[in-house]
Write a protein that binds this ligand. Structure first.
Ligand code: AMP
Ligand code: MG
Length: 503
């Protein structure tokens, strides 16, 4: 069989490993008995240049469970620290993730990491394992976010084993194989800064600049301040995209913040059902630190921590503060750009923020389903075909959206303003606008209850629901035949689902 990983040991490199032993511990994953396939992303396999047939082989199964190494792999766990729920948590590190190395792919080098592959020196009180339910959630959400165009780590596959894992109850083990250009976190910088290892801090910052932000050295000024600025901008764009799809990350600790601005470490995340700006998706987060509407401020707080960590590499504090400043304009601009697109607007105009905010307020007041409201709004535009179309036609088109609301007069008034705003756009074309909106407002997102159903079936050994959901999430803007249920309102029991940090 064509064996792309084993045959081409030369495809593996280890730039992170070469940083040296202050940054990681080399160790092998701990095997799991009798692994089985839970899910694979053939899309990602193709993008990585892996043979999909090989990906179904026993060799691949054992490799991606951590039971065997292929030539060229050099596994390690990295050390980092971080702020958790607003408090300095000290040393953390890859407690259950093991980096196999960096694979040369058509997309460029990609780190390949096994999550749940056994104990490491950084496991602290943990067991080094991940359970099936949280591994399925991470797998599905990584691929769903990618399909939505949101920067994220990717997930190649999930394997399971009947090996017992103790959480609130006994569950079974699973391993997610995930990829990213780098899994370096804000917490890696905090680690070397807080422990006074400033030479290593500089080495890490240089590594990140050289490999991922080469512009920072080419532009004038302190390169580490430029790095902070660039990371702030990427983070602002990513969080703006979260807000625009109603995504709550759930654990925005600094050790879960990617230096590349990727969405990483999927835990108790949630795509909101009923819109509530103060929604808290993480059952462990009783204070709501990571509630939906706080995510932008928390991102800034985390960037501030990164800035503090980078201070030893800058001339003064002001340099760091100046580098963080653009976040305050980039984030709102990026958000409004996203929200404007969701409303079908092609260019920004004064008053657009108000238009967006008013619709969000109406949705919040009536706890309207976030995804369904935006999707239905996209279809309404077809009723705005001509500027002088009868009001009755526009009204008819609005009906499916009106049905979602209690305050219908307020909605009608808002819709009038929205319609005028749309029709005042030069060359307004209702059908083209609808088509654009349908590619901006997804039909299918990974709602908690959809994940729960797929997980329940997978526990019974039936992966068909998972595969069907995955297929729909891979094309979130298209109506897949026979998948209407995935785009429907959540059942009542969905509101009772509690997802915590336990994973
Ligand atoms: P998380 O909240 O999943 O981002 O994890 C925070 C820290 O705890 C990271 O350092 C993880 O590696 C570690 N961790 C979480 N769960 C486990 C586990 N079951 N075993 C070992 N380490 C863990
Ligand atoms: Mg984490």
């Amino acid at each position: 069989m064509n064996d792309p990983l084993a045959d081409h040991a030369s495809r593996w490199s280890h730039r992170f490993a070469e940083l040296g032993p202050d940054f990681h511990t080399e160790l092998r994953p701990t095997p799991l008995p009798a692994p089985y396939w839970v899910g694979t992303s053939l899309n990602l396999a193709r993008e990585l240049g892996l043979d999909p047939a090989w990906l179904q082989s026993d060799e691949a199964l054992h490799t991606f469970t951590g039971n065997r190494l292929l030539p060229g792999m050099r596994p390690l766990a990295s050390v980092y620290s971080g702020h958790q729920f607003g408090h300095w948590a000290g040393q953390l590190g890859d407690g259950r993730a093991i980096l196999l190395g960096e694979l040369a792919t058509p997309l460029g080098p990609r780190e390949v990491q096994l999550k749940g592959a056994g104990l490491t020196p950084y496991s602290r009180m943990g067991d080094g394992r991940a359970v099936l339910r949280s591994s399925i959630r991470e797998f599905l959400c990584s691929e769903a976010m990618h399909a939505l165009g949101i920067p994220t780590s990717r997930a190649l596959c999930v394997t399971g084993s009947d090996a017992p894992v103790r959480r609130e109850e006994i569950e079974t083990a699973a391993v997610v194989t995930r990829t990213a250009p780098s899994f370096i976190r804000f917490g890696h910088f905090e680690h070397f800064s807080h422990s006074g290892q400033h030479a290593q801090l500089r080495q890490l910052a240089d590594f990140v600049i050289d490999h991922f932000y080469p512009d920072c050295r080419e532009r004038a000024g302190n390169p580490y301040a430029r790095l902070l600025e660039a990371v702030s901008e990427r983070t602002a764009h990513t969080v703006a995209q979260w807000q625009a799809v109603g995504f709550c990350h759930g654990v925005m600790n600094t050790d879960n913040m990617s230096i590349l601005g990727l969405t990483i470490d999927y835990g108790p995340f949630q795509f909101m059902d009923a819109f509530n700006p103060a929604h808290i998706c993480n059952h462990t987060d009783s204070g709501g630190r990571y509630a939906y509407h706080r995510q932008p401020n928390i991102a800034y707080w985390n960037l501030f921590c990164l800035g503090q960590a980078l201070l030893p590499l800058m001339e003064d504090q002001q340099q760091a503060l100046d580098a963080l400043e653009p976040f305050k304009t980039v984030f709102p601009t990026a958000l409004q750009q996203r929200m404007g697109a969701k409303l079908g607007l092609t260019e920004a105009q004064p008053g657009d923020e108000t238009l967006t905010e008013q619709f969000m307020q109406l949705m919040a007041k009536d706890a309207v389903d976030f995804t369904i409201a935006w999707r239905r709004l996209s279809h309404v535009v077809a009723g705005f075909a001509t500027p002088d179309a009868a009001d009755a036609e526009a009204r008819r088109a609005l009906e499916p959206v009106r049905d979602l609301f209690l305050q219908r007069d307020a909605l009608d008034a808002w819709a009038q303003t929205w319609r005028s705003r749309l029709q005042s756009q030069p060359g307004f074309d209702a059908l083209a606008t609808r088509a654009r909106m349908l590619r901006t407002n997804p039909q299918v997102v990974l709602r908690n209850h959809l994940g729960e159903i797929a997980i329940q079936r997978a526990r019974e050994g039936d992966f068909s629901r998972l595969q069907r959901l995955q297929a729909a999430l891979e094309q979130p803007f298209d109506a897949l035949p026979g998948c209407d249920d995935l785009a429907d309102f959540p059942p009542e029991w969905a509101a009772q689902i509690e997802i915590s940090c336990s994973s």
